[in-house]
Design a protein around this ligand. Structure first.
Ligand code: ATP
Ligand code: MG
Length: 654
């Protein structure tokens, strides 16, 4: 049997690393204090990371009061985001690789290296093509593309001419795409013939055709050639490759206000109907650039790899905008972690000598379940920082990442943030923090987190406490509104706990003052009067050697108020038995305490996840409650069949 993990183990930064890092422990204290003492002075300094056409004289203009919520940063400054990500680097690093593109199938295609000069030309061409289709400042463009360089060109081309992009993940259905095209009244949708992923192919163009049946006739479709597969062709379709050949390769960057919208992006839909988050230009870019540099301890010449898709905010901030604003070499990966085999991530790290690697816990848990052999034998000696994002990382997965991938030498930054926040809000810093597996640890500069009592809404001071996580102040990367629905913005984020930005997450501040995200506020379980975060019980289950993944929800229980219902996915070769069920119950009792013992354990070959890889607990809660008639918005669900299996084998039948 596995020994229970020791939650008290911490990992101090290597002194040599800390010395060379942008921020060490003393630096963190000093800079954080400065950011709290005079936020406007602090952020005015950070605003200088960008090249402004007209410098700003105002820093922040923010009000969180319900009915009057507004958030402005650097509002009287003007700039162009694409020029900040490309043009200003041309003189010094025009021939440096900006983007390394790594294809889905490495046995069929080679990686591509795109220099800053080439990026400049391609973005200008795309910008001119969009203009020739009638796209103007403030117009919306939907991007529905595979992870190919053209996706980055399209984003930056929009930024260059002042159009607002809204990326729809290529795994989404025609319905979801149509809803998003209509939601922002887009003028153009950019797509490709097909999207190869994990050796399979999605017909993006025909999905787009279907979506457009439900949109205005005036919407134009710009089609990029990816595979060359045959597609239908209608009179509102335009051939990108043909048009780009003819297009001019220079295009003047538009002068934009710092508060002009840069993009709209929908949240993952874990807790309900996705929200159309709006980010603006100056503050967002400054925050993405700053967090990219400091949190990953990025230095000139490093190769940075974030494995996310540009369909998620992680891809916006840490594949495209943050790294390119910093003049980095950033990898765009078209594939999946398990194709051609479970060693793909490590192959790519070795091949491109990756220095910073950033991925999601769901990918790590999947790879951990495949065994260590896929990591061993790969040269990962260039890795300097590892990162995770998206869900709480279970200490078991953290330890695997640390020991097997990082060989016990590479710090891990567990970054907590949201689509709404534009960039990291809480995270360890690799040269400053004594790492604790599973904890997001400390606020980033300028961020003031508070823990509130969920009932009374009072601030809970001191350490060793838990409650609801809110942020007391604004930061430049904060979302400005929900597209077309400012009222929903105010209601969702500023009405439950007046005066604060409500994150929707529960959290614990431990005895050392470190923060732990315990899960969504809606997911807190109350067993016989004891409040419990789902993350803790899940981590205990995953810590068992035979468990690959687990999801925990509450369900109505006659005696305890709520009972604990656990969905457990076992490791590849493990058979589910009654004995194992008993063992897991006992295991959780010893890891956490008798109160946390699951009442029901359902063996689950798969768990319902959003297409960004997060467990959709609200669906699991419905099944646990034996009330699965109305599952709510399932448009962002990755594999609907998983749900049918769980319903068929549910444990709590009335
Ligand atoms: P929706 O808001 O539509 O329900 P979502 O919240 O999953 O979807 P995202 O913005 O993609 O949409 O995810 C943000 C959430 O992800 C956070 O609120 C938090 O619950 C979770 N999260 C992200 N990073 C971490 C992390 N490092 N540790 C714990 N939780 C995290
Ligand atoms: Mg959310």
């Amino acid at each position: 049997m596995t020994t229970p993990s020791n939650p008290d183990t911490t990992y101090a930064p290597d002194p040599a690393f800390a010395k060379a890092a942008h921020v060490d422990a003393a630096g963190y204290e000093k800079m954080y204090a400065a950011s709290m003492a005079d936020p406007d002075a602090f952020w005015a300094e950070q605003g200088k990371r960008l090249d402004w056409i007209k410098p700003f004289s105002q820093v922040s203009d923010v009000d969180f009061t319900l009915g009057n919520v507004h958030i402005n940063w650097f509002a009287d400054g003007t700039l162009n985001v694409a020029a900040n990500c490309i043009d200003r680097h041309l003189a010094t690093r025009g021939d440096q690789t900006a983007i390394i593109w790594e294809p889905d199938d490495p046995t069929k295609e080679d990686a591509k290296h795109i220099t800053y000069k080439q990026l400049h030309k391609s973005v200008c061409k795309m910008a001119n093509v969009l203009e020739s289709l009638g796209v103007r400042k403030g117009d919306r463009v939907v991007i529905y593309l595979p992870m190919i360089p053209e996706a980055a060109y399209a984003m930056l081309a929009c930024a260059r001419i002042g159009a607002i992009h809204s990326i729809v993940f290529a795994g989404f259905s025609p319905d979801a795409l149509g809803a998003r095209i209509n939601g922002c009244d887009a003028k153009v949708v950019i797509t490709a013939d097909h999207a190869p992923r994990g050796g399979r192919s999605t017909p993006l163009k025909s999905n787009t055709d279907q979506a457009l049946l439900h949109c205005k006739d005036s919407v134009k479709c710009l089609v990029v050639k990816r595979t060359g597969a045959q597609t239908t062709w209608t009179d509102h379709d335009y051939d990108y490759n043909e048009m780009a050949m003819e297009a001019d390769d220079s295009c003047h960057p538009a002068e934009m206000s710092a508060e002009d919208p840069l993009f709209i992006l929908y949240t993952s839909g874990s807790t309900g109907q996705p929200k159309g988050v709006v980010h603006t230009s100056g503050g967002y870019l400054a925050y993405a650039a700053m967090t990219h540099e400091i949190v990953f301890d990025y230095h000139d010449g490093d190769v940075f790899w974030c494995t996310a898709d540009v369909g998620w905010v992680t891809g916006h901030s840490y594949i495209v905008y943050g790294p390119l604003a910093n003049g980095a070499t950033t990898i765009m990966f078209e594939g999946v972690p398990t194709f051609p085999d479970a060693g793909r991530f490590w192959d790519v790290c070795e091949k491109h000598k990756v220095n910073q690697f950033y991925t999601a816990p769901t990918a790590l848990r999947a790879l951990m379940g495949q065994g260590d052999s896929f990591v061993e034998g790969r040269d990962l000696s260039d890795l300097k920082v590892l990162g995770t994002v998206g869900e709480p990382i279970n200490p078991e997965a953290w330890t695997w990442y640390y020991n097997i991938v990082g060989k016990g030498k590479v710090p891990i930054v567990d970054t907590w943030w949201q689509t709404e926040t534009g960039g990291h809000l809480m995270t360890p810093l690799p040269g400053a923090t004594n790492l604790k597996p599973g904890s997001a640890q400390q606020p980033f500069f300028g961020i003031k987190p508070l823990v509130l009592d969920p009932q009374s809404a009072e601030v809970i001071e001191g350490n060793d406490v838990d409650g609801v996580l809110v942020i007391a102040n604004s930061w430049p990367g904060q979302m400005r509104t929900v597209w077309g629905d400012h009222e929903r913005f105010e209601k969702t984020y500023f009405s439950d706990y007046p005066g604060y930005y409500f994150t929707g997450d529960g959290c614990k501040r431990d005895a050392d003052g470190d923060y732990w995200i315990t899960g969504r506020v809606d997911d807190v379980i109350n067993v016989s009067g004891h409040r419990m975060g789902t993350a803790e019980v899940e981590s205990a289950l995953v810590a068992h050697a035979q468990v690959a993944e687990a999801a925990v929800v509450g369900y109505p229980h006659d005696i305890k108020g709520q009972g604990i219902y656990a969905y457990v996915t076992l490791m590849n070769d493990v058979e589910p038995t009654e004995e194992l069920r008993k063992e897991l119950e006992k295991w959780v009792r010893t890891e956490i305490g008798p109160i946390a013992k699951p009442d029901l354990i359902q063996w689950s070959p798969g768990l319902p996840k959003t297409r960004s890889g997060k467990i959709m607990r609200r669906i699991l809660r419905k099944i646990a409650e034996d009330d699965f008639g109305a599952l709510g918005d399932t448009s962002t669900l990755a594999e609907p069949a998983v749900v049918d299996d769980l319903i068929a084998n549910r444990m709590n039948r009335k």
